[in-house]
Design a binder for this molecule. Structure first.
Ligand code: ZN
Length: 502
């Protein structure tokens, strides 16, 4: 057997174990009975440990070196060369962090999670603070063990957005911040108030589910290789390109989460279903990074799903599902309802314009904590000050302030920038697609998504995880990641909706 074949065999064991762990996690979040959580946590920990041990063993390092020698001379972008590069990144990230530190981090986060739930419920930040302190202290140690070139934050960010640095994110936000803050201000002062009441009525849940599945199928989600279930927090997960699942959350008195949650998660799922089958069981399967993944979900949720052409076609169909509720509303009223801008406290409910301001605040605080410039006890004040400065809202309590998201309690640090990178990259890709499909509005209005999806498959999905996110964007658009297209998109769309040029 060649060394490359031996390496592939070894890696397939690691990635099969990881997929199995993901399947257990999917089950936990959908159908597992409540009392199953204790034993399930142990089962998943066992599988994760086995995968980690095989990945970080000396044998893996030896095979990586030998296979690289064997491949000497292969093109840089060949599947084999990319496989070795990606596998080496995974190996390095895991092998340099002592197992005892990984275990302590995981234990600390479990405990923190319980306390966060209670702290959030009772808006009691001091209850959570000691746990958060410990999490950041361990994260600093992990960053040190992994190594970094410029900033310790880079070592955390690299896990989600390989090859991207805090300095690059900071530069992106520095460009975005003044234009977004100005746009929010102009919208607030426009005197225009978009009426969203169409979305706030009683909508039968079974019908919502049926419409959500219909929409997902329309844009190209293949239910022979997927399924749609319900969970408290919507997500997409996959175990191969042949089994990609999404979950959605439904509210009886608010229609938007099921519509846009479905398009969002189906966007993630299309990316996974577009991953070439030969990459199953390897580290090349799936998406380039969380940011690129988010570019795909936001593409379908916002660029397609919150557009006028989309609802010209689908509003009459939606009204067929809900004739009583939507009788009397026009497409245009509906389009305005789903695009209402309102600075708010909660990131997950934010509109397209204010969304990235939430991310910026989180990123700025994370950087300051990492640098030791912000003490954990001062996080609520720093949080509230920025919400008032960037969004013009005052935070009534920490439950709807700095305790709102689960990420910190799970030890997921350096993650938030990927949401903004996704928004930015989606618009860059869209501008590039317009060169090939200038009639995209017409295609969307006629429900002809094959060519739109086909474009994404050709330029993004088929490349799976072969390239770093910035390499991928460079290959597709000829440029690095930049926010110009995204800002232009927002200013044009919301300039029209809020009559800002009058
Ligand atoms: Zn997403």
């Amino acid at each position: 057997m060649s060394k490359l074949a031996e390496l592939k065999k070894r890696l397939s064991t690691v990635w099969d174990l990881r997929s199995t762990s993901s399947l257990l996690s999917w089950d936990q979040q959908t159908y597992m009975p409540p009392q199953g959580s204790g034993p399930r946590a142990q089962q998943m920990a066992t599988i994760d440990r086995l995968a980690h041990e095989i990945l970080t063993a000396d044998e893996t390092a030896r095979l990586l070196d030998e296979a690289a020698t064997e491949l000497n001379g292969a093109a840089d972008d060949s599947d084999e060369a990319c496989l070795i590069r990606v596998a080496r990144r995974h190996y390095n990230r895991g092998a340099n962090v002592p197992g005892s530190l990984v275990e302590e981090f995981s234990r600390t986060c479990s405990l923190a999670h319980e306390n966060w739930v209670e702290a959030k419920r009772s808006s009691d930040f001091p209850l959570f603070a000691p746990h958060l302190e410990k999490i950041w202290e361990l994260a600093r140690q992990i960053a040190g063990a992994r190594g970094y070139q410029e900033h310790p934050y880079d070592a955390l960010l690299d896990e989600w957005e390989p090859g991207t640095t805090a300095a690059e994110v900071r530069a992106m936000f520095d460009e975005m911040r003044p234009r977004l803050v100005a746009l929010v201000k102009r919208i607030r002062e426009s005197g225009v108030n978009l009426d969203a009441s169409a979305l706030h009525q009683r909508f039968d849940l079974e019908r919502q589910i049926a419409f959500a599945k219909f929409m997902a199928e329309e844009i190209g989600y293949d239910f022979n290789r997927g399924r749609q279930d319900i969970s408290a927090h919507p997500f997409c997960t996959s175990f191969s390109a042949h089994d990609v699942r999404i979950t959605v959350r439904y509210f009886e008195r608010f229609l938007a989460p099921s519509l846009f949650g479905t398009l969002h998660e189906a966007g993630h799922a299309l990316y996974e279903q577009g991953s070439p089958p030969q990459f199953n069981h390897t580290p090349l399967r799936g998406g380039a990074s969380l940011g690129i993944h988010e570019s795909q979900s936001r593409w379908w949720e916002n660029l397609v799903g919150r557009s006028r052409p989309f609802w010209k076609r689908y509003f009459p169909k939606l009204a067929g599902f809900f004739p009583e509720q939507l009788h009397g509303y026009t497409v245009d009223q509906f389009y305005r309802a789903i695009n209402r801008v309102e600075p708010s406290l909660i990131r997950v409910e934010a509109d397209e314009v204010t969304y990235n301001l939430h991310i910026m605040i989180r990123f700025e605080l994370e950087l300051q904590i990492m640098e030791g410039k912000l003490a954990i006890k001062d996080v609520p004040d720093a949080w509230n000050d920025r919400y008032s400065e960037y969004l013009g809202v005052s935070v009534p309590n920490d439950g709807s302030g700095c305790l709102q998201d689960i990420h910190w309690a799970h030890g997921i640090l350096g993650y938030f920038p990927t949401y903004s990178i996704g928004n930015v990259v989606a618009s860059q890709l869209w501008e590039r697609m317009l060169e090939d499909l200038p009639n995209v509005d017409e295609l969307v209005e006629n429900g002809q998504f094959k060519s739109v999806l086909g474009w994404l498959v050709e330029h993004v999905h088929s490349r799976a995880k072969k390239y770093l996110p910035k390499e991928l964007v460079q290959k597709v658009t000829g440029e690095g990641i930049q926010c110009g297209p995204f800002l232009r998109y927002l200013e044009t769309k919301f300039g029209e909706l809020y009559a800002l040029d009058r």
